[in-house]
Design a protein around this ligand. Structure first.
Ligand SMILES: C[S@@+](CC[C@H](N)C(=O)[O-])C[C@H]1O[C@@H](n2cnc3c(N)ncnc32)[C@H](O)[C@@H]1O
Length: 266
């Protein structure tokens, strides 16, 4: 198994995460650094949050965006009008490129869905030229996402299935402090630095928060999709109560922290 990501549909992903990962993309680019004329590989492009932000951030020679899921590849191809952006289906653990092809290989919110994440980092290193940069960011599900923790803690309090979901969710690959940095160093990258990036996710109301999850999007949506109607309603009522937190339904804002790492190819 090379991807644990639950793909439902591109519009649902946009509402669940794409609209927020675009904000994170800007901070991630500031952290990795890019320069005019570079060739960049965007691994696990999803709906193109990083891809299209990169295209606006510098006069790049080429952006190659790959994703394991044909659903996302088709979505980005359909929306792309920039001839410097090339999109194709590929696996982060077996990149279909010659060694040293790119100036940078970037993976935004991807490695925590790759069971053999070290293999993906090794591939990123292989396809980047000496002196080029490999960088990645993953969410800190355990300690850095109170909005999503609110849901997994609520379902964990409701039963064993929810407790198992929380255990899986909080300990996906690369999420523990220092884990990604160690992996980068193990894969031979140099001058490895780790940092944290924070964005806020601002919801209009509970439905704005809940609709993509209730529709089956992402890891929490996958859990919801497996419940029967009564259990799904019980979870929805309990999560709504947590979201509202004793005030009338309306806007709520949650901080979200990602671990990020960059290293240089020797
Ligand atoms: C949370 S989404 C992130 C998408 C996008 N980078 C963003 O920030 O919005 C994770 C993406 O990683 C992709 N993915 C997971 N495993 C992969 C693999 N082994 N190879 C390539 N893409 C993978 C998924 O298909 C999904 O598009």
């Amino acid at each position: 198994m090379t991807s644990e990501f639950n793909v439902h549909n591109a519009a649902g992903y946009e509402q669940l995460m794409g609209r927020w990962s675009r904000r994170l993309a800007r901070k991630f680019i500031d952290f990795t650094g890019i320069s005019d004329g570079e060739r960049i590989l965007d691994i696990g492009c999803g709906t193109g949050s990083l891809t299209f932000t990169l295209a606006r951030a510098a006069d790049l020679a080429e952006i190659t965006a790959i994703d394991y899921s044909p659903v996302f590849v088709e979505d980005v191809i359909r929306r792309n009008t920039n001839p410097r952006i090339k999109v194709r289906q590929a696996d982060a653990c077996a990149l279909p490129f010659e060694g040293g092809t790119f100036d940078r290989a970037l993976a935004l919110l991807v490695l925590h869905f790759v069971p053999e994440a070290g293999k993906a980092v090794a591939e990123m290193r292989r396809v980047v030229r000496p002196g080029g940069v490999v960088a990645a960011a993953v969410w800190d599900h355990l300690g850095g996402m109170p909005g999503m923790r609110m849901m997994v803690d609520t379902v964990a309090a409701l039963g064993e299935g929810g407790r198992q979901l929380r255990g899986r969710y909080c300990f996906q690959p690369m999420m523990q402090p220092g884990e990604m940095k160690r992996t980068f160093i193990e894969q031979g990258l140099e001058a490895v630095t780790e940092a944290e990036l924070m964005i806020r996710m601002n919801y209009r109301d509970f439905d704005d928060f809940w609709a993509p999850i209730a529709a089956g999007e992402g890891p929490l949506g996958k859990y919801m999709a497996a419940l029967d109607e009564a259990e799904s309603e019980r979870v929805s009522v309990a999560v709504r109560d947590a979201y509202e937190a004793g005030r009338p339904d309306g806007p709520r804002s949650f901080a979200n922290v990602a671990w990020t790492c960059r290293g240089v190819v020797p």
